[in-house]
Structures are given as structure tokens and as C-alpha cells.
Ligand binder design. Sequence first.
Ligand SMILES: Cc1cc2nc3c(=O)[nH]c(=O)nc-3n(C[C@H](O)[C@H](O)[C@H](O)COP(=O)(O)OP(=O)(O)OC[C@H]3O[C@@H](n4cnc5c(N)ncnc54)[C@H](O)[C@@H]3O)c2cc1C
Length: 312
Amino acid sequence: MEIIAETDRADVVIIGGGPAGLSAALSLGRARRRVVVVDGGRPRNAPAPHMHGVLGHDGLPPLELLEKGRREVVGYGVRIVPGTATLARVVDGGVEIDTTAGTLRARRLVVATGLADELPDNPGLREQWGRGAVVCPYCDGWEHRDDVIGVIATSPESVRQAQLLRQWSDRVVYFPNAIGEPDPEAADALVRRGIRIEHGTVAAVQIVEDEVTGVEVDGHTVPVDVIFTGPTLRPNDALLRSLGATSSDGPNGSWVDIDADGRTSVPGVWAVGNVVDLRANVSVSLGLGALIAGAVNADLVLADIAAAPAVQ
Ligand SMILES: Cc1cc2nc3c(=O)[nH]c(=O)nc-3n(C[C@H](O)[C@H](O)[C@H](O)COP(=O)(O)OP(=O)(O)OC[C@H]3O[C@@H](n4cnc5c(N)ncnc54)[C@H](O)[C@@H]3O)c2cc1C
């Protein structure tokens, strides 16, 4: 396989050029580190036409933020390589990463590969994902204030999603669907929050002229303006696991462990953004990218001091 950083290794290779990875690249590039970003070009929020809740960029198309970010990091000498990282190993005080564009060597590795949303398989939902079917009240709640909001349940957590959405509209309809009826306590809490429960199995999301208009349940259609649902979150952490990073099980599955600076259990390997934190929206991912970049740079400074010859 071709070696793309042939002369010597980069200081830092970042896998993933979404908000978390590019933010880390910006700080590291400005710290005069030799940085390579390898990016598959499929950020999680790509299906959404607009991005919300990001101060200074509210309403911007998400891909425009990344395009702007790429221009900024390249200005500080960061190299961006389109491609996919497939495997990584710790070698000789650093890391070697196989990518579809060749093999890279770096002193430190930052994994910022995001997560995949595994959607419920109700017909119509996938084609509306990011537009008429969404996940995050803080990202899209305002745009649907006072609308009829349908919540298609995917787990007991969906009750909380519906309760939250009542903040934006007093017309929230909860569809228990495949997970079955809420227990009496949850049902009581929904009703007390003014949320209607629509019993039965969801057959499909009704779409007219590319807009969500209803939810088909047990032979009838319940009119709604938008669907909120909770996909199963699958972190794109194969690379971290191939390196032997430890992980912990929680209510949302198994997630790779990091410390407060984003350091994984593998020496020289950091992780940031949705790949290790399901709460990392765009603003949080940007912030954490900057935070872990500082920690990586400090770690390299210490390594440089340790490697320097002693002064007599
Ligand atoms: C429909 C939708 C709408 C959303 N809207 C908003 C919003 O309005 N506001 C908000 O704050 N948040 C929003 N979010 C959340 C937002 O998408 C995430 O918070 C954010 O994308 C996390 O950034 P990240 O850098 O961790 O991951 P991502 O943005 O997903 O970036 C990861 C990058 O890594 C690349 N990658 C993955 N694996 C590899 C690999 N092996 N090799 C190379 N590259 C790889 C991907 O191609 C991608 O470019 C939304 C999410 C969804 C699903």
C-alpha cells in the first residue's frame, strides 16, 4: 500500500473531518503541528438542510460550516485527505493508520468519526430523515413550535423525548408503536403533560408533496406536521476497537472510554465528538475538539522535552 506521508510521520492524524475533527485540526494547525485529517465526507447531520443552535451560525447549512472550516484549517497547513481509515495499530511510540488513500504514520491519533443513526423501519421515515423526521428538540423544536408533533417511540426514553417536546407545542402525539404501551406511571406522566397517546402499530409515515402529513396507525391516519423519533445510536468506533480501546456498557449500548481530556485507554490515541459522546451536538463537538487539541499538543510538548538531550 502506498505511504501518503512518506518522508516522516505527522504530529497528529485526525480521522473524521466533522465539527469535532476539524475543530481539533484548527487548534493543532495553529499550534504549528503537522496535521493530516482523513475524512469520509459523510457527517451525521448531512441530511439536514439547516443547522440550529450553533452561535454565530444558526440556520447555516451544516455542509457550509464544514466547507468554511476546511478552508480555515488548510490555511494553517493542515492537510485534508478524502478517504476512509480502515485499521490502526500502535507502533514505535506512535500510530500507523491504514486508509483507502494509503498508510499514514503519526505521533498521535485523534478519532472523530461520529456515529450512525439506525432508524426505525417505518416506511417514509428514512426518506424524510433530517427534514420532516428528526431527532433533536433543541435542533428542530423551534422550527416546529405550535405544530402537531408526532413522536414515534423506539425505546422507553421516547417518553422523555415527548415530554420535552411539549415545551415547543401543546399538540404532541405519542405513538408507542412497536415498543408497546407505556407503563401506567409513564402514561400518567404523558397525560399530565398534555400529550395524547395514539395506541396501535405504525404502518407508515404519510407524505404528501414531500412533506410529512400524518402517521398511519391501525387503518387510520393521524394528522401530524413533523415526526420526532430516537434512532439507535451506533458509534463509528471500529478503529478504536481495533486498537484495543476499552469500553463501558450503559443504557445506550457500549461506548469507548475516554478521560476528561479525550484520552482513550490506548497510549497516544484520543477520541472526540459523537464517536464517544452521544450528547455532543455541533457546538459541543466544536468545543471538545478545541479542548482535546490542547491536551494532545501538551502531550507532544512533554514528549519533545523527554526526547531532548540533557543540558550539561
Ligand atoms: C438529522 C440531524 C440533524 C442534526 N441537526 C443538528 C443541529 O441543527 N444542531 C446541532 O448542534 N446538531 C445537530 N445534529 C447533531 C450533529 O450532527 C452532531 O452533533 C455532529 O455531527 C457531531 O460531530 P462529529 O464531528 O462528532 O461527527 P460527524 O459530524 O458525524 O463527522 C464525522 C466525520 O467522520 C467521517 N468518518 C467516519 N468514519 C470514518 C473513517 N473510518 N475514516 C474516515 N472518515 C470517517 C464521516 O464521514 C464524517 O465526515 C443533527 C443530527 C442529525 C442526525
